[in-house]
Design a protein around this ligand. Sequence first.
Ligand code: SER
Length: 316
Amino acid sequence: MKKILITGATGQIGSELTLYLREIYRNEDVIAAGHKREPSEELKNSGPFIFLDTMKYSEIDEVVKKFNINTIYHLSAILSAKGEENPLDAWRVNMDSLINILEIAKNYKCQVFYPSSIAVFGPTTPKENTPQEVVLRPTTMYGITKLTGELLCEYYFNKFGVDARGVRYPGLISYVTPPGGGTTDYAVEIFYEAIKYKKYKCFLKEDTYLPMMYMPDAIKAAHNLMEADSDKLIHRASYNIQSMSFCPKDLYLEIKKYIPEFEMNYEIDKVKQSIANSWPKSVDSSCAEREWGFKPKYNFNDMVKDMIEKLSKKLI
Ligand code: SER
């Protein structure tokens, strides 16, 4: 029987993944762990919630023993733009917590999900339809930690048999919990501002294309990969995935179809723009499709329509 721990459960991915897994498994078997942020009522009331500092091995050890955990979705991390404000913090938080989780997984035979990122790529990586196997020379601390994380997951698998699996998430768009400190966050903020104020000041240039995905597909991808036949996984902890690629101008024009008064102007954030410039415009997901059946449902138009509908209801 699955006994699941989700770290970073109050974050952008975790808050939705927890509820998704509680639909599939028994609520009491999906333990949500946050660090500082208070959980939503829904998260707190639908199953166990605990506070956990993943930088402390002994704290994770206690939780894993108490709840007999055998599966860990390790989502807590510092994102790209925030990571550039304090790179040492990003290294410590992202790496210390992952190595603790992998050690726990080794000692208690847990399966691990690890969210890597398009940030593992760098300025020398081909930008269009970026292949799975390619130059990996990230120039952000976040990207360096994510790439190191992929290597660690593979090392723990090869050396100790730890079943650690992961995807390289593109920018994720969602209406439940806003992201914090990422370069792709504009693609979420824009919806809140468009619905509330009919205007948005974008921090990336209008033609900055990036790979993206709608949250329901991101969550399903995580679960499907964890359920996939282990023997078929060649790129176990580092799958490229995306379901769309667009730039701020494309998004502005699509939102304007629903909110005709919407206006957008630009105030470029130098750090975020240079991070975005170092990432691919689109990635090739064919290994994920072949090896575990990755198949996203939402394209760009579906995503915008659903975001506007759901967020309009939420913001009333
Ligand atoms: N969305 C993340 C960020 O912008 C990328 O993994 O930092």
